[in-house]
Design a protein around this ligand. Structure first.
Ligand code: GDP
Ligand code: IMO
Ligand code: MG
Length: 424
């Protein structure tokens, strides 16, 4: 890490790359961990000491004591889900109140936002995005259209503001022909969540973050989702509603662009996607099933099957470019242990032409062009340093580094905190 600079860690694919695990592993090197976008659509899994945790809105730096954790202004927060998550953590011996700051400018996900999410998906029919149903899109829409309700609003005349927003949403639901819902129970839990939220430090986090930078504290920004789900640069319209790219950390925390230091780009040794939308290297055969089974590729939040495929270097080069990635972290390498051949997509074939850049539209007639590499029939999960890696895996790393023109600094060989190899 560089003094006076803020490092950013983010996903380069369609999410679920393993960001939670790596943030937890890197946290000892930092004083502060901050989330800058997304909300409970995220599911960040961490494993250590035989325990498994899934975080949705709370930063993954929470388990390494003595660190400041921040939920930035760019995040959307559902008070009821936040309360469940925080109480579970407190129950398991990880108190939060003294180490978590929440931005007053973060927007609140209301129960009616979740209904609007469902209504809009229903309206799209077979073209639905396959959202997580957490109200992400409608909440960010309200924010951008200047209709949002923010965390800071709960400090004064909240009931009145809430009712006005709810009434507006109910009109929208009626216009969408979405009726017959019962809000009573969710609304009660949600209001409990609001009371619970009031027990936390609600702050102007941009001031806090910049003060910490000024004091020389080291900060790690934790991305949610992945670059291919970015609302501007992802596979639009099959994306989330926030900027998941590095620049999102500036907007979502109030950090000036010239303060960005290292950018850690996280990718799996293969590729997955959950929800609808194009995925050029998707496998529909038994190899895809095999990756799903070995990698336990089921959504951490929704339990949905993740679609699986080979690594896509065209999309990764694009992601590295728009994020300014300085170093790569490769996750789930162990999942490929035992495959005879590994494929890597090095270019696309589109309309009879070979292209090596990420085009405007990847929905229509894209065919991946693969290079084949020999696999390694070795269990890597217990390895402790890179010298132990089989030759074929070392070759795979070199091949990727060459094609991506970026060093792979960390390799993950299992879900546990300890199954992480830092390369020299
Ligand atoms: P995130 O959203 O980017 O934090 O990733 P998720 O938690 O949604 O999904 C990653 C999944 O892979 C989790 O179940 C992790 O426990 C698991 N995982 C992370 N790294 C590794 C690894 O190197 N090998 C294996 N086998 N599993 C891993
Ligand atoms: P983490 O942080 C994987 C996907 C959804 C859907 C699209 C839009 O765990 O990597 P949304 O609910 O955001 O409006 O859904 O984005 N999606 C994710 N996929 N990992 C995530 O988060 C995701 N968050 C959203 O499946 O296709
Ligand atoms: Mg996830």
């Amino acid at each position: 890490m560089n003094k006076g600079k803020v490092d950013v860690l983010l996903g380069l694919q369609w999410g679920d790359e393993g960001k939670g695990k790596v943030v937890d592993v890197l946290t000892p090197d930092y004083d502060v961990v901050a989330r800058f976008q997304g909300g409970p659509n995220a599911g960040h899994t961490l494993e250590f000491d035989g325990q498994k945790y899934v975080l949705r809105s709370i930063p993954s730096g929470i388990f390494q004591g003595g660190k400041v954790n921040i939920i930035g202004n760019g995040v959307v927060l559902a008070p009821d889900l936040f309360m469940n998550e925080a109480k579970e953590l407190e129950k398991s011996g990880h108190p939060l109140k003294d180490r978590l700051l929440i931005s007053k400018k973060a927007h609140l996900i209301m129960p009616t936002h979740r209904l609007l999410d469902a209504a809009q998906e229903a309206l799209k029919g077979k073209n639905k995005v396959g959202t997580t149903g957490k109200g992400i899109g409608p909440t960010y829409t309200d924010k951008v259209s200047r209709n949002g309700l923010r965390v800071g609003d709960i400090l004064e005349d909240f009931e009145e503001k809430y009712q006005a927003h709810k009434a507006r949403h109910e009109q929208m639901l009626k216009a969408l022909n979405y009726t017959g819902y019962d809000l009573a129970e969710t609304e009660q839990k949600w209001m409990e969540g609001i009371d619970y939220l009031r027990q936390f430090s609600l702050v102007d986090s941009e001031h806090e973050v910049n003060r910490l930078i000024y004091e020389g504290k080291s900060i790690l920004c934790e991305g949610a989702q992945g670059t291919m789900l970015d609302v501007d640069f992802g596979s639009y319209p099959y994306v989330t509603s926030s900027n998941t790219v590095c620049a999102g950390a500036c907007i979502g925390l109030g950090i000036a662009p010239n303060k960005i230091g290292n950018v850690y780009g996280i990718m799996k040794a293969y590729c997955t996607r959950v929800g609808s939308g194009p995925f050029p290297t998707e496998l529909f055969d038994e190899t895809g099933d095999r990756i799903r089974n070995i990698g336990h590729e089921y959504g951490a939040v929704t339990g949905r099957e993740r679609r699986c495929g080979w690594i896509d270097l065209v999309a990764l080069r694009y992601a590295i470019m728009v994020n300014g990635v300085t170093q790569l972290i490769m996750m789930k390498s162990d999942v490929l242990d035992g495959f005879d051949t590994i494929k890597a997509c090095v270019a696309y074939q589109q309309g009879g032409k070979k292209i090596d850049f990420f085009p405007y539209d990847i929905e229509e007639n894209i065919e991946p062009v693969y290079e084949m590499l020999p696999g390694w029939q070795v269990d890597m999960t217990q390895m402790t340093c890179e010298d132990e890696f089989p030759e074929a895996f070392k070759n795979y790393i070199s091949f990727l580094e060459e094609h991506l023109e970026t060093p792979i600094k960390i390799v993950s060989i299992g879900p546990d905190r300890s199954q992480t190899i830092v390369r020299n």
